[in-house]
Ligand binder design. Structure first.
Ligand code: SF4
Length: 139
C-alpha cells in the first residue's frame, strides 16, 4: 500500500501525556479537512481520470485525496514520508490537471486542488515536516 490512509501519531503521544493535552487545529485546516473527509471512496474520480487510463501505476485522485487528509492533519507525524511517496514517479506530478475528477465526484469534492497542494508541499517536504515536529512539541 503506497498511501497509508491512517493517522501516524508522534512517538511521544502516549498515555504519559496529561488527559487535557490537545492538538490545536486552525479553522482553515478544519475547513480543508472536513471537505476531504466526506469522500465516500466511490472511485468515480479514479474511473474518470484519463491519466489512470494511460498509466495504471498512477496513484489516482481518491488515494491522493486521502494522502492530502493525512499530510494536512496536524496530528500526523509522517508528512515527509507521505510527501516523498506522493511526489514520486507515479504521484502528484503525473496529474495533467484535466479536472475530470471534479466533474465525476458525487460529493462535489476537488481532488485536483488537493493534488495541487500536495505538489507544492512535496517540493518543501523536509521543511514542512520540521515545522510539524516543532508544532507538536509545543503542545
Ligand atoms: S469521486 Fe469524490 S467521493 Fe468518490 S472517491 Fe473520488 S473524491 Fe471520493
Amino acid at each position: 500500500m503506497r498511501v497509508k490512509p491512517w493517522l501516524i501519531p508522534p512517538p511521544s503521544y502516549d498515555d504519559s501525556l496529561p488527559a487535557d493535552s490537545e492538538f490545536r487545529v486552525l479553522p482553515e485546516e478544519v475547513a480543508a479537512l472536513n471537505a476531504a473527509e466526506t469522500c465516500i471512496m466511490c472511485g468515480a474520480c479514479y474511473s474518470a481520470c484519463q491519466v489512470v487510463a494511460m498509466n495504471k501505476q498512477y496513484i489516482g485522485p481518491h488515494a491522493l485525496l486521502k494522502a492530502f487528509l493525512r499530510v494536512l492533519d496536524p496530528r500526523d507525524s509522517a508528512p515527509a514520508e507521505r510527501l516523498e511517496i506522493v511526489g514520486g514517479d507515479d504521484g502528484v506530478f503525473r496529474c495533467h490537471t484535466i479536472f475530470n475528477c471534479i466533474d465525476a465526484c458525487p460529493k462535489g469534492l476537488n481532488p485536483t486542488q488537493a493534488i495541487e497542494t500536495l505538489r507544492k508541499l512535496a517540493q518543501k517536504r523536509q521543511a514542512f515536516e520540521a515545522a510539524r515536529v516543532e508544532r507538536q512539541q509545543s503542545l
